[in-house]
Design a protein around this ligand. Structure first.
Ligand SMILES: Nc1ncnc2c1ncn2[C@@H]1O[C@H](COP(=O)(O)OP(=O)(O)OP(=O)(O)O)[C@@H](O)[C@H]1O
Ligand SMILES: [Mg+2]
Length: 246
């Protein structure tokens, strides 16, 4: 297959820190292999698939291909009517590391785009982000009963930490806009909250955050979830799921 590979080492983690976890050349072969035969799907959203790797437990790979993403993966960050590319998502993850303390955000390692062709010879673009694999389960999986809530879950502090994280994120000018249960995770051992998936995040102000264009290319203020409202809704859903289980 003819293809081009382009790589970006995200400024996130220093080069030596990245090299400690995953070697760049390995990333190419990881992604090649994943595309041939998906190995261990650990999560699936509306746009992307996230795979774990048997060869390296510390990382996971988020893969977006343009048959699911309508060719939008290399849009620019500012003013993009579409979902963020893997590069841009990696930049958000990187920018958030400095406020990720009580609430974690996965460390991004490498992002790449590959242009190849599908079985009928049509050009096909794939973008991938290799990042820290969180020792956590998504609240969506907990709510729908696929996973148990970790024993260390402490309700008040969990949601207070998330609120203060969102506050700090907004102070940096970052709005997530898609805080549903699948984008919040909880540490399996320590109950720590994590926020993932900056595919619809923007740099914005409180005045325009939820009015920036949506993936349909139009301003659709109903398309995005207000970050604080999102947290509230997920909290209620989780409460209800836990009550229903008793
Ligand atoms: N760093 C990570 N570590 C462990 N699991 C992860 C990680 N990132 C994602 N996942 C799992 O993969 C799922 C899908 O990832 P993600 O939310 O990034 O995809 P998406 O297609 O952009 O989702 P959405 O439907 O919200 O747009 C998550 O809900 C989570 O279960
Ligand atoms: Mg998601």
């Amino acid at each position: 297959m003819s293809h081009e590979l382009s790589f970006d080492i995200v400024k996130a983690s220093s080069e030596s820190e990245v090299a400690d976890v995953v070697v760049k050349e390995r990333f190419i072969s990881y992604v090649e292999t994943l595309l041939e035969e998906p190995e261990r799907l650990i999560g699936k959203g509306s746009l992307a698939e996230v795979h774990g790797l048997e060869a390296n437990e510390k990382v996971c790979v988020k893969v977006m291909s343009d048959d699911r993403n309508y060719g939008t993966i290399s849009q620019e960050r500012v003013g993009s009517p579409f979902y963020n590319s893997a590069y841009i998502e990696a930049e958000f993850l990187s920018d958030l590391q400095e406020i990720a303390r009580d609430v974690g955000v996965p460390k991004p390692y490498y992002s790449m785009e590959k242009i190849g062709s599908d079985s009928s010879g049509m050009p096909k673009k794939v973008s991938a982000l290799i990042m820290e694999r969180l020792p956590a389960v998504s609240l969506e999986h907990v709510i729908n009963g696929f996973e148990e809530i970790p024993a260390s879950y402490e309700e008040d502090s969990f949601w207070e930490k998330l609120e203060s994280f969102v506050q700090k994120m907004h102070e940096k000018g970052i709005y997530h806009r898609d805080l549903h249960a699948g984008n919040i995770m909880i540490g399996t051992a320590d109950g720590k909250p994590y926020v993932i998936d900056f595919g619809t995040a923007v740099y914005a102000t409180e005045y325009d955050a939820y009015e920036k264009p949506s993936r349909a290319g139009r301003v659709n203020i109903n398309a995005f979830i207000d970050d604080f409202q999102g947290l509230k809704k997920v909290h209620l859903l989780l409460k209800k799921a836990m009550i229903d289980k008793i």
